[in-house]
Design a protein around this ligand. Structure first.
Ligand code: FAD
Length: 435
């Protein structure tokens, strides 16, 4: 019987989704042993919201995580539009996003408390396979396998290493020591709280809403399980009393009085939302250049924020992480279909699978990252007309939110000559992998 030992660093959304996806490779001829190593001492998520777009929700369904698709867990607004954009001062609707091809309600953009989404994924991963308090210090790989070295002095060995250890990934650093992150000039105030606190706000929009002002934005939405979120995006260097962004830690306590002060001249709905927001936490936004490759020593790859350091732009990271996991599964499934049942995967086989994965995901996420990096430091609108124009002419995100990872994978197969005819059906697996 063939067997593969897979190490996953990190058990956030990307790590859990990767474990769920790769477990589906198991068959009577092929055993898949997956171990996750997480630096946290308990399995909790930070108290913030996360949006999943149609691409991510479709992938959740493929992963079998049906427990996250329910309207009770994720909030979908009554107007069936993913986002409404309003004017900061007048509160009038200036624009909205529309779905292009999302016929099924369960695939329409949903907003979660991160803890609820994380919990839904956790239900599909055996608890015994998640090792807590295992902060990765370093990683390496050679012809014989991969090794993770932990902060407590212990180590773990396997055949494949997947770095799912987030934006500040130690696995990425181990194989790309030159890569660095930069503050984007934006910091987020975030809060989640019980939706009963907003019940008495007059004219509160029932849909997820983004208010745009000349320099700052404000987002508010109901979440699943009767939670509510408020998010303020600002440049702290404009506030003498706020902390230096370079020294602000991720998920640090913020000053709710600065948050309220930031929006004191905005329309009454936004002002009221800041008044009922009980606390805020700070999330400085960092981003880095795209990597040239996602395959290291033929045995190591990255998923989620570790792979694409886009710094939270377009609220796309959760869905991208799910699609990464699915693309990695499709790639290994493809290669496994080309080898004799029951034999071990060779380094060459692993390399081929990781290369298919990279070709499916790297160009897509690179497009996002180039857009993010180009937008840093863009001038603010000087007049109200310019602001309205900026809202109306914002770039469409449909290529991201309705991206079909299976179609992208099928296109890669075609480009690599791995599909006999022109069918783009990802179900069609060739008899022989020819990478
Ligand atoms: C506050 C906030 C709001 C966001 N909002 C949205 C949104 O609305 N929509 C959206 O799509 N995306 C959003 N994102 C981004 C999105 O959450 C991520 O892109 C997505 O969850 C993928 O994350 P990940 O699993 O790759 O990384 P993470 O969620 O950062 O998980 C990484 C995991 O690795 C662990 N880890 C880190 N370092 C080590 C180490 N050295 N050793 C072992 N384990 C380690 C961490 O503890 C964590 O469990 C948000 C992110 C944050 C933090």
């Amino acid at each position: 019987m063939g067997q593969i030992d897979i190490l996953i660093a990190g058990s956030g959304i990307a790590g859990l989704a990767t474990a769920i996806a790769l477990r589906q490779l198991e068959s009577p001829d092929f055993k898949v042993n997956i171990q996750l190593y997480e630096k946290a001492t308990e399995l909790t998520e930070i108290g913030a919201s996360i949006a999943l777009s149609p691409n991510g929700l479709r992938t959740l369904e493929r992963l079998g995580v049906h427990n996250a698709l329910d309207d009770n867990v994720g909030f979908r607004g009554p107007s069936a539009v993913p986002m409404i954009y309003r004017h900061w001062k007048t509160n009038e609707v200036v624009s909205d996003d529309r779905f292009v091809n999302v016929p099924e309600h369960k695939h329409q953009t949903a907003r979660f408390h991160r803890g609820h989404l994380h919990q839904a994924l956790l239900e599909h991963v055996p608890r015994k396979d998640i090792h807590l308090n295992k902060g990765v210090r370093h990683a390496d790989a050679d012809a014989n396998g991969v090794t993770l070295y932990f902060e407590d002095g212990s180590s773990a060995k396997g055949d494949i290493l997947v770095g799912a250890d987030g934006l500040r990934s130690k696995v990425r650093v181990a194989f790309n020591p030159e890569h660095s992150l930069h503050w984007t000039g934006r910091t987020l105030f975030r809060s989640t709280f019980d939706a009963s606190l907003v019940e008495n706000i007059p004219d509160l929009p029932p849909d997820s809403t983004h208010w745009w002002g000349p320099r700052h934005t404000f987002f508010a939405s109901k979440l699943g399980k009767n939670q509510y979120t408020t998010v303020g995006q600002y440049d702290p260097t404009e506030f003498p009393q706020s902390q230096d962004p370079a020294t602000v830690k991720w998920d640090q306590d913020g000053d709710v009085s600065i948050f309220r002060d930031l929006y004191k001249d905005w329309n009454p709905v936004v002002k009221a939302l800041t008044e009922v927001t009980p606390y805020v936490r700070l999330f400085p936004n960092f981003a880095g250049q795209p990597l040239d490759s996602w395959v290291f020593h033929s045995r190591v790859t990255l998923v989620g924020d570790a792979a694409h350091t886009h710094g939270g732009a377009y609220a796309a990271g959760g869905s991208l992480a799910l699609d990464d996991a699915w693309a990695l599964y499709l790639s290994f499934r493809q290669v496994l279909a080309g080898i004799k049942p029951g034999i071990q995967l060779s380094v060459r086989n692993i390399h081929d699978a990781l290369t298919l994965y990279e070709k499916t995901r790297l160009p897509h996420t690179e497009r996002l990252m180039k857009g993010v990096l180009a937008g840093i430091g863009a001038p603010s609108p000087q007049t109200d007309d310019e602001l309205r124009q900026k809202i109306k002419s914002r770039p469409s995100g449909i290529w991201l939110t309705e991206h079909d990872v299976e179609a992208a994978f099928a296109t890669v197969l075609l480009e690599q000559g791995l599909v006999g005819n022109a069918s783009l059906e990802s179900e069609s697996i060739p008899k022989q992998s020819r990478l």
